[in-house]
Design a protein around this ligand. Structure first.
Ligand code: GLN
Length: 248
């Protein structure tokens, strides 16, 4: 079996180590003998074929502004189709904001989003009030007729406050700010498209979620009977426990 991962803006939208999400997906696939090819899609590169997975990292407001039109015009149409066809997508922070309706920065200028996630983000005019720190979230996600999930740990650093409309959150904040520091929600979910504020990077310390994304991509491509053999996650879970301890 093989998978193709579209990595959007690998050089400009990969702040706080979000490239670690691509490394985690690649390694956990390879450790099961599954080849994972990465399509690097910087500014100017068109996404015109459906991948099996998509990763869109975070970036400062400046980087988001620089890719705003490119994202809408060269990646947007295929990305919308991918989400509607249940391709798993992980978008972090700035990437999350641009999968939503958009982002209005502290100076009041707006960045237009794709609107896949019913989420809107506004940064307070007081730039000092950023949401920064270790974060712990509890997530329960649809998995066929059942659900799967557990604890997710990460690191957040965002000025934007996100409010959800009709879409579900990724999870519930146990420690940290989350979308806005008020409603206890973190991230957003629509079909298998996930937005989150969790950098860290997120996936290396949360192996269940990495496997969840891989399994959805494999089942979509090869059929619902596909399973993933368990790995020895002792090191990953020690890292997760250490992060939870730091958060608390
Ligand atoms: N513009 C965003 C914010 O500050 C993005 C920051 C990020 O991606 N870390 O809210």
């Amino acid at each position: 079996m093989n998978l193709v991962l579209a990595w959007l803006y690998p050089d400009s939208m990969s702040i706080y180590g979000d490239r670690g999400n691509v490394i985690a997906l690649t390694r956990r696939a390879e450790w099961r003998g599954i080849a994972l090819e990465v399509w690097r899609l910087p500014k100017g590169a068109r996404l015109d074929q459906l991948p099996d997975l998509v990763m869109f990292g975070g970036g400062q407001d400046r980087e988001q502004r620089l890719i705003e039109r490119d994202f809408l015009e060269l990646k947007g149409e295929t990305l919308v189709r991918a989400v509607e066809e249940d391709v798993p997508v992980l978008a972090v922070c700035g990437g999350f904001q641009q999968l939503g309706h958009g982002y209005r920065d502290a100076d009041g200028s707006s960045i237009q989003g794709l609107g896949i996630l019913d989420a809107s983000t506004v940064a307070p005019s007081d730039k000092a009030r950023r949401c920064i720190g270790n974060i712990v979230v509890e997530a329960h996600l649809p998995d066929g007729d059942a659900t799967s999930g557990g604890v997710l740990v990460g690191f957040e650093n965002h000025g934007g406050r996100t409010r959800l409309g009709k879409c579900e959150p990724l999870g519930r904040v146990l420690k940290g700010f989350g979308n806005n520091g008020e409603d206890g929600q973190e991230g957003a979910r629509y079909r298998y498209c996930f937005g989150t504020y969790m950098h860290g990077s997120l996936l290396p310390k949360n192996p269940w979620f990495t496997d969840y994304l891989l399994l959805q991509a494999l089942r979509r491509k090869y059929g619902p009977e596909i399973t993933l053999e368990p790995l020895d996650d002792a090191l990953e879970l020690r890292a997760q426990s250490a992060a939870i301890a730091r958060a608390r």
